[in-house]
Design a protein around this ligand. Structure first.
Ligand SMILES: [Zn+2]
Length: 119
């Protein structure tokens, strides 16, 4: 286990990702592995700031992405509202072998964990 107090890489340890992934709901795991499945949700014109505010929402996990768009369609800013349980506060960013672990957890749920271990 890495020492959270001294690890400043900001990246998640693969073993910790494995533990986290095992406890994720199907929708959270799929969104983390395959990315969100966005659909436009709401939009309004903001005359005070001369732009649009749009919310797109993931059909699978219900994460909401709030975007501010210029009148020419450029994304000026965005932020996410995640459903409870989606974010792991101390895990760090999941990249590289951490993402591999997410794919393996997804495969294990399809094939059965024993199949992967026998491989
Ligand atoms: Zn999602």
């Amino acid at each position: 286990m890495r020492d959270l107090a001294t690890d400043t890489s900001g990246y998640a340890d693969a073993r910790e990702v494995a533990e986290f992934a095992a406890g994720l709901s199907e929708s959270f795991l799929l969104c983390r592995e395959l990315q969100h499945n966005w659909k436009p949700w709401t939009a309004q014109r903001d005359n005070e700031h001369n732009n649009y505010v749009r919310i797109i929402r993931c059909q699978r996990c219900k994460t909401a992405k709030h975007q501010r768009l210029s009148f020419t369609g450029t994304i000026l800013s965005s932020h996410y509202d995640y459903p409870e349980g989606y974010v792991h506060a101390n895990l760090g960013r999941i990249v590289g072998d951490g993402r591999d672990v997410l794919r393996l957890e997804s495969l294990a749920r399809l094939l059965g964990a024993d199949v992967l271990k026998a491989g």
